[in-house]
Design a protein around this ligand. Structure first.
Ligand code: NAP
Length: 250
């Protein structure tokens, strides 16, 4: 029996990267996992297969979170497979590295749509599906608390907004013993950071030097923290911002 046996979890953006790491960890600990994705169905099926190969249970659901009405689409898909949930991880996100002088309104709107509007409306329409005693984890970023990469400003702004959402939603859902927290990774080795880490000869070394621990994080290292917050052991932690940057902000 795993700590999530009998529980249902939904992880957005679980086809790849950090979301996949979280989905696999929750699945390994017994949760039935809804593996959400935007466009890469093959990658989502790989996540489902990996969870099943480890003895777990999972299903894939698709919703493009850039699209208006995306949250309703996501829940319609989810409802075809399950009748409620215990753990919701808002992980899907897109970056933006274009400096303020160059960023268009379209790119700004897209990054806010996926990173802020989608989690907000996923909760608005999903709160009634979330069972009492449940968990919400929003994947933020260390960039919400440092100006180290100012060209990522629009992206960092979305994570600042997401953190306010975590904080205030914790007061609303606390009455039902549902916790809400932000988890803020530093630089993690995923598709999202491929150019940063592998696009130049010293990219990895420079990224690792930002961390007090002298390394680049992995999806599994973020997943372990999410699993703690989602477990019974995390029941008295809510409205918080958990630094998972390997000491990149100190
Ligand atoms: P990633 O490897 O690029 O994966 C992104 C995931 O989000 C994929 O599953 C993707 O689905 C989904 N997604 C993207 N756009 C979508 C859309 N329009 N609609 C629905 N789903 C969409 O990203 P990652 O690095 O794992 O990042 C995951 C989260 O961690 C993000 O919120 C990111 O801001 C945050 N974060 C990452 C880092 C880092 O260093 N990697 C650091 C701090 C915070 P498809 O496969 O279908 O495209």
């Amino acid at each position: 029996m795993g700590v999530f046996t009998g529980r249902t979890a939904l992880v957005t953006g679980a086809s790849r990267g950090i979301g996949r790491g979280i989905a696999e960890r929750l699945g390994r600990d017994g949760a039935r996992v809804a593996v959400h994705y935007g466009s890469n169905g093959a990658a989502a099926r790989e996540t489902v297969a990996a969870i099943e190969a480890a003895g777990g249970s999972a299903f894939a659901i698709r919703a493009d979170l850039r699209a208006p009405g995306a949250a309703r689409t996501l829940w319609e898909e989810f409802d075809r497979h399950a009748d409620g949930l215990d753990v919701l991880v808002n992980n899907a996100g897109i970056g933006s590295t274009r400096p303020i002088e160059e960023i268009s309104e379209e790119e700004y709107d897209a990054v806010f749509a996926v990173n802020v509007r989608a989690p907000f409306f996923i909760l608005k329409h999903g709160m009634r599906r979330l069972r009492d005693g449940g968990r919400v984890v929003n994947i933020s970023s260390g960039l919400a608390r440092t100006a180290a990469m100012p060209d990522n400003m629009a992206y960092a702004m979305t994570k600042g907004a997401l953190d306010v959402f975590s904080r205030d939603l914790s007061k609303i859902l606390g009455a039902r013993s549902i916790t809400v927290n932000s988890v803020a990774p530093g630089i993690i080795d995923t598709d999202n950071t491929a150019e940063l880490l592998h696009g130049s000869a010293d990219g990895w070394k420079r990224a690792a030097a930002l961390s007090a621990l002298g390394g680049v994080g992995t999806p599994a290292e973020v997943a372990d923290v999410v699993a703690f917050l989602a477990s019974h052991d995390g029941r008295w932690v809510t409205g918080s911002w958990v630094d998972v940057t390997g000491g990149s902000l100190t």
